[in-house]
Design a protein around this ligand. Structure first.
Ligand code: NAD
Ligand code: MLT
Length: 312
């Protein structure tokens, strides 16, 4: 029996090699179809592989009469309507570990770029401006990094921040004081972390409980001059509230990799010199892209050939 597999977002070529090598998998790579076009063709496919660009909506799943499995080459499954998939008997697998390191490294790169105003200074230099006074930064050593969401990525960020000699404090509903102590970090409630931190980085999934977790009320609890980092998901931070908090000088700087609406273009936050940003690059390393594509490819093969999925 041959299975039709649709790859709807760009995935690592090396990563999808297991599917290419599999005799009974007919692979179609189509990363340019519009949502409407996708709805017309999805009926032919047994498996759909995506990154975060394709929105796997209820409308799309309803048209997917042969679909058995959706593979998300990455962690966040907020671009997939999980309820609709479940109702239609379609299983969803992701790759929860493959890009952890990459996302943690990107977060550290953003914290360091933010604290030393590297992107702003580089932009000025590119425009032939040599200004050493304007781009005075702050050290990370002895500053408190508040981590909201101490899962895989949050924990990797914590251990790296300690390497920068930062004090790390974290809030996660599943974190206990004992566990925090074991990790050499301080435990706090969300309010305590927000009030104590010089830098705050969020690493929760986007769910209804975490949408706008960092809103104007949360900003009001923070220290003046706090710096904010979001390399997790757009929507965890209320972008309008962040804009106001920067204008009022409560927030001294923000580094953002992810946005409520992507692509994030022509947005008022991008007009502020305090904001640095990257276009959702947290997992964009050769290694991470290969890892996540291999992980989901193998799981799709396992599932379609009657083995148990591993969600490695
Ligand atoms: P994870 O599941 O290991 O960790 C998430 C943590 O958030 C868990 O420990 C959970 O208990 C905690 N959490 C849940 N609700 C919370 C709340 N209300 N307050 C505080 N903590 C809460 O996931 P992970 O692998 O660390 O990834 C986290 C998120 O990062 C993903 O869901 C994804 O959206 C995002 N991500 C982004 C990129 C990128 O390219 N920028 C790359 C990888 C992952
Ligand atoms: C993820 O959730 O894994 C990230 O958004 C990375 C990505 O898929 O680009």
């Amino acid at each position: 029996m041959t299975f039709n597999i649709l790859i709807a977002d760009p995935l690592s070529e090396d990563g999808i090699q297991p599917l290419q090598d599999s005799e009974n998998m007919n692979l179609v790579i189509d990363t340019t179809s519009s949502p409407e076009e996708l709805k017309h063709k999805i009926g032919e496919f047994d498996a759909l592989l995506v990154r975060s660009q394709t929105k796997v909506t209820r409308e799309l799943i309803q048209e997917a009469r042969n679909l058995k499995i959706i593979g998300r080459a990455g962690v966040g499954v907020d671009n997939i309507d999980l309820d609709a998939a479940t109702e239609h008997g379609v299983i969803v697998v992701n790759a929860p570990n493959g890009n952890t390191n990459s996302a943690a490294e990107h977060t550290m790169a953003m914290i360091m770029a933010l604290s030393r105003k590297i992107p702003q200074a580089f932009l000025a230099l590119k425009n032939n401006q040599w200004d050493r006074k304007k781009y005075v930064g702050v050290e990370l050593k002895d500053k408190t990094l508040g981590i909201v969401g101490l899962g895989r990525i949050g924990a990797e960020v914590a251990s790296r921040a300690k390497g920068q000699r930062m004090n790390v404090m974290a809030y996660d509903p599943f974190l206990t004081e004992e566990k925090a102590e074991e990790m050499g970090i301080r435990y706090g409630t969300l309010e305590e972390v927000l009030a104590a931190a010089d830098f705050i980085t969020v690493h929760t999934p986007l769910m209804k409980e975490t949408r706008h977790l960092i809103d104007s009320e949360a900003f009001s609890l923070m220290k003046p001059g706090v710096q904010i980092i979001n390399c997790a998901r757009g929507g965890i931070i209320d972008e309008d509230a962040l804009y106001e908090a920067i204008l009022s000088k409560k927030v001294a700087g923000a580094a953002m990799d992810v946005f409520e609406k992507e692509p994030f273009l022509d947005h008022k936050l991008l007009t502020l010199p305090e904001v640095i940003a990257t276009p959702h690059l947290g997992a964009s390393t050769v290694e991470a892209q290969e890892n996540v594509a291999i992980d989901v490819s193998k799981d799709v093969i396992r599932f379609l050939t009657g083995e148990l999925v591993q969600n490695p």
